[in-house]
Design a protein around this ligand. Structure first.
Ligand code: HEM
Ligand SMILES: *[C@@H]1O[C@H](CO)[C@@H](O)[C@H](O)[C@H]1NC(C)=O
Ligand SMILES: *[C@@H]1O[C@H](CO)[C@@H](O)[C@H](O)[C@H]1NC(C)=O
Ligand SMILES: *[C@@H]1O[C@H](CO)[C@@H](O)[C@H](O)[C@H]1NC(C)=O
Ligand SMILES: *[C@@H]1O[C@H](CO)[C@@H](O)[C@H](O)[C@H]1NC(C)=O
Ligand SMILES: *[C@@H]1O[C@H](CO)[C@@H](O)[C@H](O)[C@H]1NC(C)=O
Length: 320
């Protein structure tokens, strides 16, 4: 009897281990022997790029998000249009907005010299997002690696899966749960808006037509964002420290000073209010939850094994 119990326990533990291994196809050690310098090449290039222009850290973080939400973290967002598909760069959330492609190209070119066709563009995006957050003062996390790159992209999928700034709380929930992300993970990930900028066109209706915004804050934004025209004029998502990764984004929401309609939806007399209050009150809890949620987001449907390819140029599918 004791023997069979033991056997059962051993079997359960063994099968759990197998399941865990099968689940986490990505490994932080993936490049340790294949290309030991790869991670430091990415990090050095990210730091150099942020030193040239602080905003680029935010842009790189956002690229990873826009990649992962559209058919998984497969670098589809980086592909230029071809004869056989229209890429995601001109999808509504990306057109005149997504940036950092040149930095990714530079990282890839450097990697191709050090270790040709070893690191995927999808892994570059995941690492660049982490390295950016760390360099701007945010939390760190281990990035699972071994993603491969897609051989196609889909503009209409980008329009469907990436939430617009006009989203209600209910819309946001739908879009995040479609990716397997929880309410808590969604509110933590939205804290990425502690860095970076948004265009006038992304928040115009919020500052002219909505009541759920501090009126003097709305007034101050109107100077740089007229009722019509100047669509591309920029304002910071975190009005206080847009180049520093911290929890002031949530404190702004408590004051009704969220820049986007979708930001303020997270604190608007509803069931996510307590999460915003928690993160506003405790930077450490925010950092922990943000890091955990980034790990989860960066594991959305990766291509592994023989799926996809390791692109030589992140903008183009390899010629065969
Ligand atoms: C909750 C749903 C979200 C919505 C509706 C949303 C929407 C937006 C919009 C409209 C902008 C400004 C784009 C522009 O005007 O050019 C923006 C910027 C940004 N978003 Fe989000 N976003 C969301 C979640 C996220 C997540 C999950 C991340 C990353 C984990 C993220 C990272 C960023 C960053 C860093 C910027 C600034 C980019 C820059 O300055 O180049 N966002 N977002
Ligand atoms: C993208 O933006 C450019 C420049 O504003 C514009 O001409 C073009 O029509 C836009 N593309 C799409 C698909 O909206
Ligand atoms: C592109 O995405 C749209 C929206 O998700 C989907 O309906 C369509 O089938 C996709 N196209 C291809 C070629 O996968
Ligand atoms: C709370 O959010 C739900 C969507 O999840 C929405 O249906 C409801 O109207 C919201 N309540 C308030 C008071 O805004
Ligand atoms: C995302 O939310 C929008 C509403 O803003 C909805 O139309 C769309 O179907 C949602 N997409 C997914 C994949 O849930
Ligand atoms: C505000 O709402 C009115 C009425 O719906 C609309 O005509 C106007 O274009 C909106 N203004 C902005 C800046 O969104």
């Amino acid at each position: 009897m004791a023997f069979y119990n033991l056997l059962l326990i051993v079997l359960i533990v063994a099968s759990r281990a197998l399941i865990l291994k099968a689940d986490s196809k990505l490994s932080p050690e993936y490049y340790s022997s294949k290309c030991p310098k790869a991670l430091s090449v990415v990090q050095a290039a990210v730091i150099a790029a942020i030193n040239r222009e602080t905003r680029i850290g935010a842009s790189l973080l956002r690229l990873h998000f826009h990649d992962c939400f559209v058919n998984g973290c497969d670098a589809s967002v980086l592909l230029d249009d071809t004869g056989s598909f229209i890429g995601e760069k001109t999808a509504i959330p990306n057109n005149n907005s997504a940036r950092g492609f040149d930095v990714v190209d530079a990282i890839k070119a450097r990697l191709e010299k050090v270790c040709p066709q070893v690191m995927s563009c999808a892994d570059i995006l995941a690492l660049a997002a982490r390295d950016s957050v760390v360099y701007l003062g945010g939390p760190s996390w281990e990035v699972g690696l071994g993603r491969r790159d897609s051989t196609t992209a889909n503009r209409s999928a980008a329009n469907t899966f990436i939430p617009p700034p006009t989203s209600s709380l209910g819309d946001l929930l739908l879009n995040f749960s479609a990716q397997g992300l929880s309410v808590k993970e969604m509110v933590a990930l939205a804290g990425a808006h502690t860095i970076g900028l948004a265009r006038c066109t992304s928040f115009r209706a919020h500052i002219y037509n909505e009541s759920n915004i501090d009126s003097s804050f709305a007034q101050s934004l109107r100077r740089n964002c007229p009722v019509s025209g100047n669509d591309n004029k920029l304002s910071p998502l975190d009005r206080q420290t847009p180049t520093h990764f911290d929890n002031l984004y949530y404190k702004n929401l408590l004051d009704k000073k969220g820049l986007l309609h979708s930001d303020q939806e997270l604190f608007n007399n509803n069931f996510t209010d307590f999460l915003v209050q928690t993160y506003a009150a405790d930077n450490q809890v925010f950092f922990q939850d943000f890091a955990k949620a980034m790990i989860k987001m960066s594991q959305i449907k990766p291509l592994t094994g023989s799926k996809g390819e390791i692109r030589i140029n992140c903008r183009k599918v390899n010629q065969n």
